[in-house]
Design a protein around this ligand. Structure first.
Ligand code: SAM
Length: 320
């Protein structure tokens, strides 16, 4: 992918994210999901002294090199998972930052490249890895048991017909191409051409989330943000489906002390009550009509923001 690749990623809720970050010139920020650098560019434009921009995808990092080179040392690209934010910052002699932004999921650049295997819009190898490590989607689908596949579709795709689809996948092995997988799913659940939502959508989402451990990453990213944000530091998180939004909502509710009595999210009764580590948790923000008309990806986006208090993080980070 060249930096000039067609169809660049259009940042979602950009104005709202930048407003929530309330950047003061001279501050240090983390963009946990660099992608095509939409947020990073805007954070630099607001006068941040330094942005540490993470991405686990080596192609996104390569894409950002031109911007880093022209930033006068203000942009540092970090080829790491954002769950390792604290360790990666410590390795760069940084222990606290003023803002952390996470824009969860895949970029348009990843989706639009058939060779990455994220999309069934064009046929490609079943890869779906954001980074270069771990098994591909084909490895998973050709080796996992029917039950394992069904569980992934059910939990990460909220797919009600998970068992039927898993059976069809196992019967259709070897499954090597995105087009082939989409056809297997459509046949298994019944698909009328022109139907609004392609039934393969949930299956692709589920496999991608599983392979890239996206929910574990989100949990680790939120905890890492709690560890690196200084008192008064801002957290902004954009998610694209309900599983992720629920995690962010619960995390901020819990950490701000807004936990209903008797909730399983409360610390054990015998433990001392922890002081809220976040405050000023804002209502969720969704894209307006103009943005969703211009960028359909924005339709499912939810932004949640909060401010770090001076309390200790609820979970200490593991050593580097
Ligand atoms: C939705 S895009 C971000 C777009 C970006 N905000 C922009 O304006 O261009 C998400 C990016 O985050 C990266 N990513 C997803 N999960 C990650 C993780 N756990 N750690 C680091 N990068 C991750 C993906 O590789 C992708 O490039």
């Amino acid at each position: 992918m060249s930096p000039d690749a067609a169809a660049p990623h259009v940042p979602v809720l950009l104005d709202e994210v930048i407003a929530a970050l309330a950047i003061v010139p001279g501050e240090i920020h983390v963009d946990g999901t660099f992608g095509a650098g939409g947020y990073t560019r805007a954070i630099l434009d607001k006068g941040a002294a330094k942005v540490f921009a993470f991405d686990r995808d080596p192609e996104a990092i390569r894409y950002g090199e031109a911007l880093a080179a022209s930033s006068g040392g203000r942009l540092a690209l970090v080829p790491e998972r954002f769950s390792r934010m604290r360790q990666a910052l410590a390795a760069r002699d940084v222990s606290e930052v003023d803002g952390v932004t996470l824009d969860i999921g895949v970029s348009s650049m990843q989706l639009d490249q058939a060779g990455r295997g994220f999309s069934f819009q064009s046929d490609g190898p079943l890869d779906m890895r954001m980074g270069s490590e771990g098994p591909s989607a084909a490895d998973f689908l050709n080796n996992a048991s029917e039950e394992e596949i069904a569980d992934v579709l059910y939990h990460y795709g909220e797919e009600p017909k998970s068992r039927r689809i898993a059976r069809a996948i196992v019967a259709g092995r070897p499954v090597e191409r995105t087009g082939q997988l989409a056809e297997i799913v459509r046949k298994a659940v019944g698909y009328r051409p022109g139907q609004k939502k392609d039934p393969a959508t949930r299956t692709f989402q589920a496999i991608r989330i599983h392979l890239n451990e996206e929910l574990q990453e989100l949990e680790g990213g939120l905890e890492a943000a709690e560890q690196v944000l200084k008192p008064g530091g801002r957290l902004a998180v954009v998610t694209f489906h309900s599983l992720e939004d629920r995690m962010v909502k619960r995390f901020l509710r819990q950490r701000s002390g807004d936990v209903p009595a008797g909730s399983r999210h409360l610390p054990e009764r015998s433990e001392p009550r922890l002081r809220p580590s976040f405050e000023a948790v804002a209502r969720p923000v969704r894209a307006g009509e103009a943005e969703t008309n211009a960028n359909p990806r924005a339709r499912s986006a939810t932004l949640r923001v909060a401010r770090r208090t001076a309390a200790s993080p609820w979970k200490e980070g593991t050593p580097a």
